[in-house]
Ligand binder design. Structure first.
Ligand SMILES: Cc1cc2nc3c(=O)[nH]c(=O)nc-3n(C[C@H](O)[C@H](O)[C@H](O)COP(=O)(O)OP(=O)(O)OC[C@H]3O[C@@H](n4cnc5c(N)ncnc54)[C@H](O)[C@@H]3O)c2cc1C
Length: 416
């Protein structure tokens, strides 16, 4: 649209113009990526931040294909226009264009194949931000340098405003937002050992009212460092939102989570949140809820159960808690006790049970769900949280039982 404002430059043949249109469209889509990942609560609330991140991933791939085609079409249709590759002889804006194309490619490949390339999450995240900003700014400078399509004053003005918008967005994400978090610190008040190699980290607000969240939501946690630091990890609240004290239950898994047990009492923490749509509170009229969880996926479910207990909710609840063995059931004592306050049917499914185990064992199946779910199973709201294979298998069985799609909600702990 911007390209059609003011005087439209002479066309230069279909393929040339098409290639330019692809380049501009790709860049507009790349710009949107910064907005998508800025974690604006209002913008992400209707979809959930995990969906936003998936959208970010696929839109970025589409944007890259557009930008790559922009280059490829010129390469095939009018190779002379690209000039020499040697950066000492080529115009500077052609070199910035080439470098940005390579950086965009690196960005996409390193994100799609991070695990296969064995790139650590933290290393990937920092380089992802640096490469994304560099590639975007270099591509903008390429457009400015070529200048032909934005020569008209109105277009130049709009293009500069577009550039400025993204620079301000970066300033907001990296400076203003952390500054807001710095004014709302939390203090670690307890680190409690749980079953299943997990620890509950309890925080209390320092000099402010704390955070209002819905049971089942999550926040990004930064410990030790200042909120300006890039090292932050997402964790679901495991506590009830009706308490002043905020708790996260964290399973030892990698570099950061293995340090939780050594967190000193009094340590300052910063939270960015709340985020997510995985909450019973979004379904106040549901006749009942079914929770299916595996391992530490129990954390957001526990927040919901604790919240329902605090509100003395009497609706029927079913919890299928899947773990390897009895020792891995993180909240097993409290869950037993909760049955006294809630209308809760608790089923433990052990995948590596020994012969002495009398309860459910093995894998989830249609028969299991038929056995444990009430007759009105299609009326209930379902919340699934666990590793992707468990989540996928559960959804498949539920759809097989004709549970409507809109009643099945899931949270994955692996959004990147
Ligand atoms: C919405 C959401 C809620 C979560 N809630 C919980 C919870 O309640 N309890 C719990 O124990 N775990 C939870 N997790 C998972 C937790 O964030 C990761 O296990 C943790 O960040 C791993 O960090 P690490 O350095 O210890 O492990 P690493 O070995 O560095 O990472 C293991 C894997 O965790 C993921 N990961 C690592 N760092 C981050 C990060 N900063 N942001 C996003 N993903 C990352 C990556 O996929 C990585 O491959 C949640 C994740 C998400 C996305």
């Amino acid at each position: 649209m911007v390209l059609n404002i003011g005087e439209v430059p002479q066309g230069s043949g279909f393929w040339w113009d098409f290639s330019m249109a692809l380049g501009f469209a790709g860049m507009a889509m790349m710009g949107v990526q910064f907005f998508l990942t800025a974690r604006f609560k209002r913008a992400s609330a209707p979809f959930g931040i995990d969906i936003i991140y998936y959208f970010h991933r696929y839109l970025a791939i589409a944007a890259f294909i557009f930008i790559f085609l922009h280059f490829l079409i010129i390469r095939i249709d009018n190779v002379e226009a690209l000039g020499v590759i040697n950066p000492f002889e080529a115009p500077w804006y052609m070199t910035t264009g080439r470098i940005s194309l390579l950086l965009f490619m690196l960005l996409i490949l390193s994100s799609l194949f991070r695990k296969q390339l064995k790139i650590e999450y933290e290393t990937w995240r920092i380089t992802h931000i640096v490469i994304a900003v560099s590639a975007f700014l270099l591509a903008l400078s390429h457009i400015e340098g070529v200048g032909y399509y934005i020569a008209d004053p109105e277009k130049r003005w709009l293009w500069t405003a577009y550039t400025l918008f993204f620079v301000l967005l970066m300033v907001y994400v990296r400076i203003i937002k952390p500054w807001g978090m710095k004014k709302h610190p939390y203090k670690v008040v307890e680190v409690k050992k749980e079953f299943g190699d997990s620890y509950t980290l309890a925080l209390e607000p320092e000099g402010h009212a704390g955070m209002h969240f819905k049971a089942g939501q999550f926040a990004w946690l930064t410990l030790k460092d200042s909120p300006y630091h890039i090292k932050e990890h997402p964790f679901s609240f495991s506590s009830s939102p009706h308490k002043n004290r905020i708790e996260f239950t964290i399973k030892e898994l990698g570099d950061f989570t293995k340090t939780i047990k050594d967190t000193p009492i009094g340590e300052i923490a910063y939270l960015d949140g709340p985020y997510g749509t995985f909450s019973v509170e979004n379904y106040p009229d549901a006749p009942g809820f079914v929770f299916i969880t595996a391992g530490v996926g129990a954390a957001p479910i526990m927040s919901m159960l604790r919240s329902l207990a605090d509100k003395k909710d009497k609706r029927p609840l079913v919890l299928l808690d899947i773990n390897n063995d009895w020792e891995s059931i993180i909240f097993r004592d409290e869950l037993e006790e909760m049955q006294n306050h809630l209308n809760l049917k608790l089923i433990h499914l052990l995948t590596k049970a020994d012969d002495s185990w009398q309860g459910e064992k093995g894998r989830i199946s249609k028969e299991l769900f038929q056995r444990i779910l009430p007759k009105d199973l299609r009326e209930l709201e379902y919340f699934i949280c666990g590793p992707k294979p468990v989540s996928d298998a559960t959804q498949k069985e539920l759809y097989g039982l004709k549970v409507p799609l809109g009643k099945v909600h899931f949270e994955l702990f692996d959004m990147v």
